[in-house]
Ligand binder design. Structure first.
Ligand code: HEM
Length: 403
């Protein structure tokens, strides 16, 4: 690794529970810092807003290391040949295939269905006084939506939750990782075979048709696309809803403000995206050549991690960045990334979050944490900042009214 005039910071397990303080400390001295990630990977971690935004559009930072060509028969090839790991021109070709399914207009058509799924989940929760909000609501809502869109059986969702958690974990053993990735691949191979025999009106069938009509999508790219879309639906909106609810519970003044004025909802979702940043550090990027990033010289072939949550709390971009203010202008936040890999699912995530927060507040007059905040546990991942569970106590006054 390139020698720099910075010290190398070893990030420990505390990075999983509180990445924000680590970012604040690093940013103050080295907005582009040399670190060892909690899982042991050496990287350059960018925590300054201006540096992060520039890096996300820097053509010298590639998603696929230049000389990395996996064996086409390998597990990696079958799972990793997706748009988020691709550079131009492959990236554009792959993204174009699904872009249309996620435009704001197409996504808006899903509003009635998302509202119905939300209401059903809230009905189940209303019968109980205490629930794990992640398992009862934040997880099943976006997962049901993406499963229906893709054409993946919703009944299998708990299975994916386990596979998906393993894949983003930094503490799982290589053996468990391999076993879960293999099982997930087998599942998708069977599902693709089933849809080939019997196509349905879903995104997976449409992608299979593209593949089989010889439009330049390889079998590995098809499998990789399917699991990317499914995992992106599992690991992101879930935590925007879960950690977003927690943020509101820990800021009762903001929660009361939102209850009093539902017109603030759209802005509140943006502020929660900025504040929570469910994707903590963006996915790996590699320097294709020597590059100066934020005045720091980085050699070729090194790993660069753009910290989205670090950028979103940079005081040079947002006043009082550690404060939650649902009325602030959070425009320009990087929670969905920036540049060519900007989240394709952003319109869907925004719609789901708006419906979820709106309905939750309308249904429950009172919502409180059922455990002290110090007892909450965070998942062992630098990519995803998310809770293991969120026990809450709920109280409804107008059960089943207006439906
Ligand atoms: C709150 C929810 C979400 C957040 C915070 C989020 C965040 C992100 C971020 C930060 C990236 C870029 C990563 C990078 O550059 O390294 C990204 C890319 C992506 N997201 Fe999302 N996402 C969310 C929801 C979704 C949903 C619901 C889908 C479902 C379709 C989705 C699909 C994707 C895909 C396919 C990409 C790759 C885009 C590309 O490489 O061109 N995301 N997302």
């Amino acid at each position: 690794m390139t020698q720099a005039n910075t010290t190398i910071e070893h990030l420990g397990a505390e990075y999983f529970s509180d990445p924000y303080s680590v970012h604040a400390r690093l940013r103050a001295e080295h907005p582009v810092a040399q670190v060892i990630m909690p899982g042991g990977m050496p990287a350059w971690l960018i925590t300054g807003y201006a540096q992060a935004r520039a890096a996300l559009t820097d053509p010298r930072l590639l998603k696929m290391p230049r000389d990395w060509r996996p064996d086409p028969e390998s597990l990696f090839a079958a799972l990793d040949m997706h748009m988020l790991n691709s550079d131009p021109p492959d990236h554009e070709r792959l993204r174009k295939l699904v872009n249309k399914a996620f435009t704001a207009r197409r996504v808006e058509q899903l509003r009635p269905r998302i509202t119905a799924i939300t209401a059903e989940l809230l009905d189940d929760m209303s019968a109980r006084q205490e629930v794990d909000l992640l398992t009862a609501f934040a997880f099943p809502l976006p997962v049901t939506v993406i499963c229906e869109l893709l054409g993946v059986p919703v009944a299998d969702r708990d299975q994916f939750r386990a596979w998906s958690a393993t894949i983003v974990s930094e503490t799982v053993s290589p053996e468990v990782f391999q076993a879960h990735a293999t099982a997930m691949l087998g599942y998708f191979r069977d599902l693709v075979a089933a849809r080939r025999r019997e196509p349905a009106d879903d995104l997976l069938s449409a992608l299979i048709a593209v593949r089989d009509e010889g439009d330049g999508l390889s079998e590995n790219e098809l499998l990789s696309m399917a699991w990317l879309l499914l995992v992106a639906g599992h690991e992101t909106t879930v935590n925007l809803i879960g950690s977003g609810v927690l943020a509101l519970l820990l800021h009762p003044g903001e929660l009361a403000r939102l209850r009093a004025d539902p017109a603030l909802l759209g802005g509140a979702v943006e502020e929660l995206l900025r504040y929570v940043s469910p994707v903590n550090d963006a996915t790996l990027r590699f320097t294709s050549e020597p590059a100066d990033l934020g005045g720091v010289h980085i050699g070729p072939g090194e790993v660069v991690l753009v910290s989205l949550s670090g950028a979103n709390r940079d005081p040079s971009r947002y006043a009082d960045p550690e404060g939650l203010d649902i009325g602030r202008d959070s425009t320009g936040h990087l929670a969905f990334g920036h540049g060519i890999h900007y989240c394709v699912g952003a319109p869907l995530a925004r719609l789901e979050a708006e419906i979820a927060f709106g309905a939750l507040l309308e249904r429950f007059d009172s919502m409180t944490l059922a455990v002290p905040p110090s007892e909450l546990r965070w998942r062992p991942s630098s990519l995803i900042h998310g809770l293991e569970s969120l026990p809450v106590r709920l109280q409804t006054r107008h059960l089943h009214q207006d439906r």
